[in-house]
Each structure stands twice: as C-alpha cells, then as structure tokens.
Design a protein around this ligand. Structure first.
Ligand SMILES: *Cc1c(COP(=O)(O)O)cnc(C)c1O
Length: 419
C-alpha cells in the first residue's frame, strides 16, 4: 500500500484545521481581520448603517436615471478602465450590487484588490483567456492535470489559444514573447498533485500566473500571497458549498479586474443576483465547512491507507476535503454500490460525493494525455462532506467490498449493478 506525499502528519493537520487563525491583510486601511471574521463580515460592512441585517437582493435589469449626461460619463469611464460605475449600474450586464458584495468578500478572503464573478467557472476562465487573446497574447503554458473541461478548452483551442503542456520545472523554458498566461491547479483535479506556487510564480516572470484555487479555497491557501496574479474559483464547489449554485470568480488586481468586467459586459457571462446572494451566504460558513470536512477527510485517509482493498491514496500536504484513491478492485462496482455517499460529479458540497474521473470529470481529455497526467483507470475521487465519519466509512467499506468482489468473481458485474 503506497501513500502519496507520505510525509504529512494527519494529526498535526487536524489540529491546524481546528483553530484556523489565518489572518487576512486589511486592504482598506483597517486592522487585519482573521479569515473567519472576514468570512462573515466582508461585503456586508454597510448593512447595519442601513438598518439591515441580511443583504438585499437587487433583481433590477435596468436602473432609472434622469441624468443622461452623467450616465454617459459613467459609461465612458467603464469603457476606459472597466471600473465599477459609481452609484447604481446603468444596466445589469455592467454590474449588480448583490453580486458586488460577493466579489468584495471573495477579494478580501483571497487578499486581492478585486474580484469579478461569472456565470460559471468555465465562463471565468474563458474571460481570462479572452482578455489575453485580445492583446495578441494567445499562447498559454499549462501544467497537467487540470480540471477536464479547462484542459479541453485549451487543447481544442476553442477561443483561439495555443497551449504548451509542461512540468512545473519546464515553465520558464516554455515562455514565448506571445505567452499571455501560465495556468496551474494546486492541489490539482483529480490527482491532488501539488505545485510549489512561489517557485512557479518566480518562473513566470512578468507573465500572469493563474492558479485555480477551487480545491484549496482561501481557507487553506491564498495563491496571491505566493505571487499569483490571478486566482480562479469554480464557485460552484466550496464557495457555494451546498450543491445549488453555479458560478465562477477571478480574484486579482484592479487593473486586470477592469479588463475582465469589460469582457463580461461584452460577452454576457454574468452571474445572477440570486446566485450572488447564495454565494455570499456560503462564504460565511466556508472556514467552518472546510475545516470540518477536512478533519473527516483526514480520518478517511487514515482508514483508506490501511485498507488492503486500496492500492494508493492521494492526499495533499495542505490537507482539505478532497481525497483520491486507486482501488485494487473494480472502480465501477464501487461507484454502483455506494448508498450514503452520492455517486456524482462535482465537489465541495456539504454531502459526500464520489466519481470516477476517467469516466466523468476527465472523460473529455484524450485517454493517453489523461493517463499520462496520473489519472488512471482505477482512480476514484471523493469529495468529503460533513456527515459522521463512521457512517461514511461504513458506506465506503461496503462499496470497497463490492468493488473487490466484482474482480475476484464472487459477484458478477451484473449482480453488483442490480443491487
Ligand atoms: C468544476 C471546476 C471548474 C469549472 O467550473 P464550473 O463552475 O463547473 O464551470 C474549474 N476548475 C476546477 C478545479 C473545477 O473543479
């Protein structure tokens, strides 16, 4: 039984998760507040002064104004640098006050000047690529594995990008005059491979580094502090946290944010205000959810690592609630047999999900490229939720048994599928 990244100390990690006192630099001159404080207060600072407690949801698509000269000036300002208009937006595609609250809060948590929200994680990544492509910087240097659809978007060249795939050590040598972006995920989806972000940021020189921080969340890792210019989230996952919102967001400096707002305005991938509301609400429990789910995950890692039906467990040094493991038995039979755990793609919800990356999340990646980046056919990806850990283990234990039986011939595949 082999354990990836074998040197981490699960018990120390559980302790770290239990106090979670990461501080976030005060961006607006105030004293730095702890992450847990920002999570429940950022984006809401004005509410008490307005006599409100819950943030209002603004569903307006348009905003009345009797001052059309003033509106013209605000549109000109937006066209120049993409700054959010002072006062109400002109039209909802330019911005929305409820969505802005979520953007403000996420920027605080990631320690960036700004953040720009989109209709999905893929819309957010597309906007970043469009910003760079529009400057003639179409070349992207990227490290596999990435989320399957991010890989596909680059490999298929759907937005006109050209990608060079490298190992982290090969980034510097791969840079060209037309390189507009370096793209990495750490921990990566689905293998949980980690990258030294500080070293990678250094290798990028003046080329913007985008780190997809969906798996770690700002609770475990703030890539901007390590030199990333752009931090991307599929907010569909941990930020929303309940499996009921689709969204994406890029945290970055205000200059890049302005370009992203202009692309969002012109291409229309805006986030709905109800989704913005739910995301702001989700952020307030993010630190608590991530720490509790991570403690569950660390316990399951111990049990999986000691189990003869499991060939290999992947778990990142920084911890988190994602676990990947390779089974000795039939991974499809394991998926077919879970009962408490939900067999579904996606991750980051309060409930535990399991999926087979080679069949689902990374199906769209060419099979050789997929296997070459460590996404084997026996790999399963588990997104650990907030259930009782013994209940989770009981379900995984019987599912592993079904996977084992399917291979050793005690139960036919058909019988497993019918159970
Ligand atoms: C899901 C995911 C995405 C894509 O996000 P959507 O919200 O589904 O568009 C991007 N990166 C990672 C790491 C993901 O897990």
């Amino acid at each position: 039984m082999a354990m990836d990244f074998g040197s981490f100390d699960v018990h120390a990690m559980k302790r770290d998760h239990a106090d979670g006192t990461g501080r976030v630099a005060g961006l607006r001159g105030g004293a730095p507040r702890a992450l847990a404080t920002e999570a429940v207060h950022a984006g809401r600072d004005d509410l008490a002064g307005q006599g409100l407690h819950a943030p209002p949801i603004d569903l307006s698509t348009t905003y009345p104004s009797y001052d059309s000269r003033g509106e013209a000036a605000r549109i000109d300002a937006f066209a120049t640098d993409g700054a959010e208009p002072d006062g109400p937006p002109v039209y909802a595609r330019l911005g929305n006050p409820t969505v802005s609250r979520f953007e403000t809060a996420l920027a605080r948590l990631e320690g960036t000047e700004s953040a720009v929200a989109f209709a999905s994680g893929m819309a957010a990544l597309s906007a970043v690529l469009l910003v760079r492509n529009s400057m003639g910087l179409r070349h992207v240097v990227a490290v596999r594995p990435l989320y399957g659809c991010s890989d596909h978007l680059l490999t298929a060249g759907l937005l006109g990008s050209e990608v060079t795939w490298v190992d982290p050590a090969g980034i510097e040598a791969a840079l060209r005059p037309d390189t507009g972006l370096v793209l990495v995920e750490s921990p990566a989806n689905p293998t949980l491979a980690e990258i030294d972000l500080r070293a990678v940021a250094h290798a990028c020189g003046s080329v913007p580094l985008l780190v997809d921080n969906t798996f770690a969340t700002p609770v475990l890792q703030r890539p901007a502090e390590q030199g990333a210019r752009l931090v991307l989230h599929s907010a569909t996952k941990y930020l929303g946290g309940h499996g009921d919102v689709m969204a994406g967001v890029v945290a970055c400096d205000e200059e890049f944010a302005g370009r992203l707002r202009q692309v969002r305005f012109a291409t229309g991938g805006v986030l709905h205000p109800l989704a913005g509301y739910l995301l702001l609400r989700g952020l307030s429990t993010l630190p608590v959810r991530v720490r509790a789910a991570s403690a569950n995950a660390a316990e399951l890692v111990d049990r999986l690592a000691a189990d003869p039906r499991v060939a290999r467990v992947h778990y990142p040094r920084i911890g988190g609630a994602m676990v990947a493991f390779e089974v000795e038995g039939d991974p499809h039979a394991v998926i077919a047999a879970v009962r408490l755990v939900t067999p579904a793609v996606s991750l980051g919800s309060v409930d535990t999900l399991i999926q087979h990356p080679a069949s689902i999340s990374h199906r769209i990646v060419d099979a050789d490229d997929r296997r070459g980046s460590g996404v084997g056919d026996r790999l399963l990806r588990l997104s650990v939720g907030l259930e009782d850990v013994d209940d989770l283990w009981a379900d995984l234990d019987q599912a592993l048994e079904a996977g084992h039986a399917a291979v050793s011939g005690e139960v036919s595949r058909e019988a497993v599928a019918e159970r």
